[in-house]
Design a binder for this molecule. Structure first.
Ligand code: SF4
Length: 358
């Protein structure tokens, strides 16, 4: 890689795993530990990250796209993005041991959709039509929900009563894109109701806000994440809209020398489904090539944690394992500090105060 050392690496905090992704990964990990020798099936990618999926595949997990591919009575995990009631019914019909790793914040949107549909409201679901989360949410009330991707969809909506209309959103949208669609919906339907609380989740909001706040200090933004990760893609878009070039990389092997010409400060972040060890490998590669130091920029202090889902807790009890001892706890800051110390990489932390978070 061509560049004049040293490089300043701004490490965004928060970045990487959110509570929902961490819980979902822990669910599969726990099943592999607690049910040795049993086949574990996961419906769709457990989270949208190539490395996470490959690592589980190497440990014997089978990823399937149809419940028909799961043998009767086997264990199947529903991914963090959630599934439609139809998929749950298919699993019940085959008497599968279904473990639901849906993120509670996705479940919240499902619950809103069900509640308003039951009251006879029409729901406009802002999101990407083919994203698994949107497919799952829409499946809760397909006759009541219409998907809106952009303002261009609005003239094609079929609205029965504009006074009984609510919008909901996918959890991982760009805050700005969602705001544009919401503005257009409010113009078209002034009486449209807002969701009881924002559906764009805390992790999406925090990572986007952090990139927006820090990117002006850098000439390049590197986002660790996979192409099919909605929230990772949004991070690159936000940086670029605000004028800083951004690259989405699955891992350090994708770094290219021409990106670093004239660059002395890089902002490094990661989508909510990207493991922290991949971030470490990027830091290592940059420091090896350019020298330099890491400045962790703390924007929000995230403390959100989700416990193991009830369906897994029940299964563990059936197997004679006390689920209380299997607590999930994510300490990314400690892990990264240890990594930097071990590698002898100069680092310090600064705090950027712009608001409060969960
Ligand atoms: Fe849950 Fe948000 Fe993470 Fe998706 S990105 S798994 S909604 S916390």
């Amino acid at each position: 890689m061509m560049h004049t050392p040293p490089m300043k690496i701004l490490l965004a905090n928060p970045r990487g795993f959110c509570a929902g992704v961490y819980m979902a990964i822990n669910v599969v990990d726990e099943l592999l530990t607690s049910c040795p020798g049993e086949a574990i099936y996961v419906y769709h990618e457990i989270v949208h990250n190539r490395h996470v999926v490959e690592r589980f595949r190497n440990r014997g997990v089978q990823f399937i796209e149809s419940i028909a591919d799961v043998p009767e009575g086997a264990i199947v995990v529903f991914s963090a993005h959630g599934v439609s009631p139809e998929v749950r019914a298919q699993a019940r019909a085959k008497q599968l041991l279904a473990i639901d790793a849906t993120c509670p914040l996705v479940t919240k949107v499902h619950a809103e959709a069900i509640r308003f549909a039951k009251r006879g409201w029409q729901i406009l679901l802002i999101g990407h039509r083919t994203h698994q989360e949107v497919v799952g949410t829409r499946g809760e009330a397909p006759d009541s929900i219409q998907v809106v991707e952009t303002p261009a969809d609005i003239p094609h909506l079929v609205i029965v009563d504009p006074t009984k209309l609510i919008y909901l959103t996918q959890t991982t949208l760009s805050i700005d894109d969602a705001a544009t669609v919401i503005r257009a919906l409010k113009e078209a339907f002034p009486e449209i109701k807002e969701p009881p609380s924002s559906d764009i989740c805390y992790a999406t909001t925090n990572r986007q806000t952090a990139v927006r706040a820090i990117a002006p200090q850098a000439q390049l933004v590197l986002v660790v994440g996979s192409r099919n990760s909605s929230n990772s893609l949004r991070l690159t878009e936000i940086a670029e809209i605000d004028g800083t070039p951004a690259r989405l990389i699955d891992d350090a092997s994708e770094l290219q020398s021409e990106w670093f010409i004239g660059v002395d400060t890089v902002l490094l972040t990661a989508g909510a489904s990207a493991p922290e060890d991949l971030v470490h490998a990027v830091i290592e590669s940059l420091v090896r090539e350019f020298g330099g130091e890491v400045e962790q920029v703390d924007v929000f202090d995230e403390r959100m944690e989700f416990g193991l889902p009830g369906s897994l807790r029940s299964l563990l009890r059936e197997r004679g394992i006390d689920p209380e001892g299997r607590r999930i706890s994510l300490d990314r800051e400690r892990d990264t500090a240890l990594f930097l110390e071990e590698r002898g990489i100069a680092h310090h932390t600064v705090t950027l105060t712009i608001g409060r978070s969960t």
